[in-house]
Design a protein around this ligand. Sequence first.
Ligand SMILES: NC(=O)c1ccc[n+]([C@@H]2O[C@H](COP(=O)([O-])OP(=O)(O)OC[C@H]3O[C@@H](n4cnc5c(N)ncnc54)[C@H](O)[C@@H]3O)[C@@H](O)[C@H]2O)c1
Length: 363
Amino acid sequence: MALQASSLLPALSVRKERRVRLGGGVRAQTTTTSPSTTVSSPDAKKTLRKGTVIITGASSGLGLATAKALAETGKWHVIMACRDFLKAERAAKSVGMNKENYSVIHLDLASLDSVRQFTDNFRRSGRPLDALVCNAAVYLPTAKEPTFTADGFELSVGTNHLGHFLLARLLLDDLKKSDYPSRRLIIVGSITGNTNTLAGNVPPKADLGDLRGLAGGLNRLNTSSMINGGEFDGAKAYKDSKVCNMLTMQEFHRRFHEETGVTFASLYPGCIATTGLFRSHIPLFRILFPPFQKYITKGFVSEEESGKRLAQVVTDPSLGKSGVYWSWNKDSASFQNQLSEEASDPEKARKLWELSEKLVGLA
Ligand SMILES: NC(=O)c1ccc[n+]([C@@H]2O[C@H](COP(=O)([O-])OP(=O)(O)OC[C@H]3O[C@@H](n4cnc5c(N)ncnc54)[C@H](O)[C@@H]3O)[C@@H](O)[C@H]2O)c1
């Protein structure tokens, strides 16, 4: 399917899925409304209200491009969940976002207290929650030593996985309460968390094993799973965190989709060479890439294009499937990608879930 601006307008074509309980079983009913600004609901036909979406790490790169794509439809209010309030405000202004279509709430995913505080602050805003996009990430490929979150977890896994895990668990109740036609929790994945074929400095397998390795990696006292040949391996820690993201998305789907109707999905946004994250992948890029970036497009996707992709996964009725991992081909057509064995093992996902619950204090 080609990308179209209209796919970002939730009110234009609303595919509404209702779960109906029938003699102990659960059946999905699907209705499609024709283009209009109303949705069918049990009580009355009413104007589709503005949706509210939270995007983590929305002050740069993919997060900012997605925030812009959703805000400029005028159909979404974007909550930019960021560490630096002023940076987020400046970023929103730099891409021309209208103040009416966004707000900023402080969130530091590397602190579980901050995640809880964010949730409280969001609830105080009185807004419903219709979509949550877990986008923020850190990537430390050149780090020689591990660094740690406020709670003592290795920074990549602690931020990218555990911070988002707690956030998504806490906000699931809010998504459940939303009366929006399509409620979605989207976790941004990465090819490093999905394939075994990447060349270069990304280790081929996430070292989750029976999760003893993961527990070691997450724990301040023993970072052995993140150590490769005696050295901390930041690329490996990132990969482990992304595999955790994929496993978590699927476990959310298994545990809650049927019961709540919320859609859980992940996506690979493409290779976006202009963001902070990608440039840290290959340090030389920081110097060599900027002067040439407007001429180099092959194999890369622009921030704007990838922001539209992610916005599409948040809003497009035809991408409302749960438990899936979206990718795009070179013609910008979306397709459901196959997750690698290590990123789709249900037993590993269950163990990861239980371990993560303990680590964030939810068990
Ligand atoms: N750039 C690529 O080629 C590429 C490829 C595949 C996947 N991704 C994924 O895309 C997502 C966005 O990355 P990007 O490329 O836009 O890079 P980016 O560095 O521009 O964005 C990452 C964002 O996360 C935020 N962040 C980091 N630590 C945080 C914390 N503790 N609390 C709150 N926010 C924090 C940063 O401030 C930044 O805004 C990531 O999940 C990344 O894994 C990127």
